[in-house]
Design a protein around this ligand. Structure first.
Ligand code: ZN
Ligand code: ZN
Length: 379
């Protein structure tokens, strides 16, 4: 009797597939292993270390990036540092080592952190948005409008609907086709770091390219100095004595020469973006350049270089929204239902859900067992 009453009044049990019927079978089943959210993540990302590390599926260029940094730095430490320590100062390998460690740490931070992925809409949320898009209730023949307009700092910003994530993308959000996720403040997908660059890892990316520029320029300067000093300090008159080492130095000089200009150029470009609070995506698309003749300004810019830099690089780190290490609620429910189901604790929840907070109906539902029990025996 009691079970029957609660099944009738508990919409939670009807709408949520996680609560099993009360036939006692679930109790006999082996308890399931709680699953984390990254195990069923819908995007094309890879997860390692139980969801602590997230990378794009196509992250094959990342080992090449690491290899190039390791090889260039290794050649420098092997062929240049001993000579420069002997003839110049012992600070050179210390500075080079510190820069190298910093570059590798920022690279790994960029590659292995959540760039700002937005979780996809749940079926209920997607259905609600669909209803909002087409409130006529007849969406079978007419495609819904794909844009919404919002005003940010007196500037009209269009929000596009993402058919994969089933939601209107927030401002500055784009869907990365390689990772199959909507990423907040999407800058670009960088194959060199094997990850999207977005709201949560842009500061690491910027620090990486700036520190890499400094490291490359430092190695270039040291190699040039080595080459210049080696001719002055060589006591041997035989030209063949340092021929082999000179070849290595010259190779390193050529690598650094090309790396310095490309990396310095990239750092300069991103410094301009940081100072103007722009993303690479917005700059390439010309979102705020007024190409179409309209008078548009970047609504996200604080009109001050210093504030723009502080906002983008020193602001508080936004939390990850995908909660990839969190447990799936389904498994939580199964576990809870399988271990201890306390009907009296379910009842008040179901009353609140069923009546939407109406005290009269809640009172009736609460006293339903007593009404049923006592009504057949009127005195
Ligand atoms: Zn999307
Ligand atoms: Zn991506």
């Amino acid at each position: 009797m009691k079970t029957c009453e609660y099944q009738q009044i508990d919409p939670l049990a009807l709408s949520t597939p996680t609560l099993p019927p009360y036939d006692g079978r679930e109790k006999r089943e082996k308890p399931r292993r709680p699953r984390r959210k990254w195990e069923v993540f819908p995007g094309k990302n890879r997860f390692y270390c139980d969801g602590r590390i997230i990378v794009a599926r196509q992250s094959g260029v990342l080992p090449l990036t690491l290899g190039l940094i390791l090889a260039t730095s290794g050649l420098f430490f092997i062929f240049d540092c001993p000579f420069l320590v002997k003839h110049l100062t012992s600070c050179i390998p210390v500075i080079g080592g510190a820069l190298f460690v910093f570059v590798v740490i920022t690279l790994l931070q960029t590659s292995f952190s959540d760039p700002g992925i937005l979780p996809r809409a749940t079926p209920d949320e997607a259905a609600d948005i669909e209803k909002q898009i087409d409130n006529t209730g007849n969406s079978s023949y007419r495609p819904p409008p794909r844009t919404k307009e919002v005003v940010i700092n007196q500037q009209v910003v269009k929000l596009k609907y993402c058919f994969t994530c089933k939601m209107f993308r927030p401002p500055r959000t784009s869907h990365c086709s390689l990772c199959d996720n909507c990423v907040e403040r999407f800058d670009h997908h960088c194959p060199w770091v094997g990850n999207c660059v977005g709201k949560r890892n842009y500061r690491f990316f910027y620090t990486f390219i700036v520190s890499l520029s400094i490291l490359t320029a430092f190695i270039f300067g040291c190699v040039t100095t080595h080459l210049a000093l080696s001719t002055c300090f060589c006591p041997c008159s035989d030209r063949n004595c340092r021929h082999s080492s000179d070849i290595n130095i010259q190779n390193l000089l050529v690598i650094c020469f090309f790396s310095v200009w490309s990396i310095l150029g990239l750092s300069g470009f991103h410094t301009y973006l940081v100072a103007s609070n722009l993303t690479t995506n917005e700059d390439i698309k010309g979102s705020w350049s007024g190409k179409s003749g309209e008078e548009v300004t970047n609504p996200y810019s604080h009109k001050n270089i210093l504030i723009n830099c502080c906002t983008m690089l020193c602001g508080p780190m936004p939390p990850s929204l995908i909660d990839r290490r969190g447990f799936l609620p389904m498994d939580e429910s199964v576990q809870t239902a399988g271990t201890d189901i306390e009907l009296p604790t379910v009842a008040p929840k179901s009353e609140i859900n069923a009546v939407g907070g109406s005290p009269q109906l809640a009172f009736v539902l609460r006293n339903l067992p007593f009404l049923c029990l006592y009504s057949p025996k009127p005195t």
